[in-house]
Design a binder for this molecule. Structure first.
Ligand SMILES: Nc1ncnc2c1ncn2[C@@H]1O[C@H](COP(=O)(O)OP(=O)(O)OP(=O)(O)O)[C@@H](O)[C@H]1O
Ligand SMILES: O=C(O)[C@@H](O)C(=O)CO
Length: 426
């Protein structure tokens, strides 16, 4: 299997978001969970997205994992590797976007790296280096209250500089509007001044098409699904994609079984989606303090779900409003509480699968990562889109048999996302 585009995603929901974008824009794509075992039979594809869970780990661990994935992708022919980060630039001053970007660039022999989290379809735009989420600057958006990486600065040149060894430049919209040659000239100018990493503005998809065209001629870029769109369209325009379209028909064959939703995302969107789901499905709100106190809350949740699940889908949620999250974090610490809750929701997920769940929706990137790891799912085919950034996924080589999943990024999906997702999974 020779691939044209490789990607390393820093979380699993982000990986499925990118895989969805690449598929929609004409690349046959598979999403692997980590570097796949050599025995795993993968379909013939144009692009592979390797999902890692490295958004919130120490920077040195993120660099090591990303570097191995990069080697694996290059060995399979990838001429360009996109480091897929969150469209809201989720990270802290300790990393990991800067360190991983610099390490991937060094591994590829240096050269300029374009960085942009813009994803206009979901309202993420970058202007003069400042990230907007819908109509709000990043630091005024709900991301200011993120449980693991609250974002307090919308100026991405500043944010990335704090995480990087080297200086960071800006390719502004004026250059991008002037087309690929102007962007290339600006990148070359920055490089002459010793700056190889540059945040790029992008507001419309045409800006990302320009950036994709330029990025494809470099070995590494860093961005969200918008840059994926630009790269995919540039590859298709280059005539190097032999058969457009994706194996979605395989991906949506019914799997039967029971269905469930597990949520650990505390985003404003997920909290509202849970309120709406409560009107049509049983929803169990876990008590986070009891979850951290011992195994009883997990056992109670499994028993609650077991009593109801044969009658229809159930929802189990750890998600809570920012005040509740802050209180828990002040008692147990940010990372410890997040990690303990992810472990708890992943155990509950595995027990649900043990009891026959084959159609599963998980809300939250870290939450999804923990759940998919516990289920030991090796890879996914990409099915149809449920909402921008969230496709139906079909497992490949799964020990429990075929399953359909939706891994929802915290901020994605309309208010009826959960019912919409299950309606597409049979
Ligand atoms: N009640 C709670 N109190 C504190 N932390 C919580 C609570 N519920 C969940 N968490 C933790 O909050 C974190 C949520 O991160 P996660 O990545 O799953 O969601 P998200 O950030 O909304 O999604 P995404 O990264 O896809 O945008 C997880 O570590 C989860 O365990
Ligand atoms: O880019 C996004 O916003 C998402 O794919 C994501 O990474 C959230 O975890």
């Amino acid at each position: 299997m020779a691939i044209l585009l490789g990607s390393i995603a820093d979380d699993y929901t982000g990986a499925s978001d990118l895989a969805n974008t690449l598929t929609k824009n004409g690349l046959r794509t598979v999403q692997t969970v980590g570097i796949p075992d050599p025995s795993l039979a993968l379909p013939d594809v144009d692009a592979v997205v390797v999902s890692l869970k490295i958004r919130s780990v120490p920077a040195s661990d993120a660099v090591t994992a990303a570097a191995s994935a990069e080697r694996w992708l290059r060995q399979r022919g990838a001429g360009h590797v996109l480091y897929k980060i969150c469209s809201t630039f989720d990270s802290t001053d300790a990393g990991n976007i800067g360190p991983v970007t610099e390490a991937l660039s060094e591994a590829a022999g240096g050269g300029s790296v374009l960085v942009t989290p813009a994803f206009p379809e979901t309202g993420r735009t970058v202007y003069l280096g400042h990230l907007f989420v819908g109509g709000q600057p990043l630091n005024e958006s709900p991301l200011k209250d993120h449980p693991l990486n609250p974002m307090h600065d919308a100026n991405l040149v500043r944010v990335l500089t704090r995480q990087s060894r080297n200086a960071v430049g800006l390719i502004d919209l004026t250059a991008i509007a002037a087309g690929p040659d102007a962007v290339k000239a600006r990148l070359d100018g920055l490089r002459t001044a010793g700056i190889t990493t540059a945040i790029a503005d992008a507001i419309f998809e045409r800006d990302l098409e320009t950036l994709g065209e330029v990025a494809l001629k470099t070995p590494v870029s860093t961005g969200a699904s918008g840059l994926g769109l630009g790269l995919a369209r540039a590859l298709v325009r280059s005539g190097r994609i032999s058969s457009a379209g994706a194996p979605t028909t395989d991906a949506i064959r019914p799997v039967g079984g029971l269905s469930a939703i597990v949520a650990g995302s505390c985003s404003k969107a997920t909290l509202h989606q849970l309120d709406i789901a409560e009107r049509s499905m049983p929803v169990l709100r876990l008590d986070p303090e009891r979850l951290l106190a011992g195994p009883d809350e997990i056992a109670a949740a499994i028993s609650w779900a077991g009593d109801r699940i044969s009658a229809g889908p159930v929802v189990v949620a750890a998600s809570a409003a920012p005040e509740t999250v802050s209180r828990l974090q002040s008692l147990y610490g940010r990372e410890a509480s997040g990690h303990a809750i992810e472990t708890a929701t992943s155990i509950i997920t595995a027990e649900l699968v043990e009891r026959g769940v084959r159609r599963l929706v998980v809300a939250g990137g870290e939450t999804s990562g923990a759940a998919v790891d516990r289920l030991a799912i090796p890879a996914f085919l990409i099915g149809p889109e449920i909402a921008p950034g969230v496709p139906v996924l079909r497992t490949v080589g799964n020990a429990q048999g075929d399953m359909l999943l939706a891994l929802k990024s915290g901020n994605f999906g309309g208010e009826d996302f959960f019912t919409a997702a299950l309606a597409m999974m049979h």
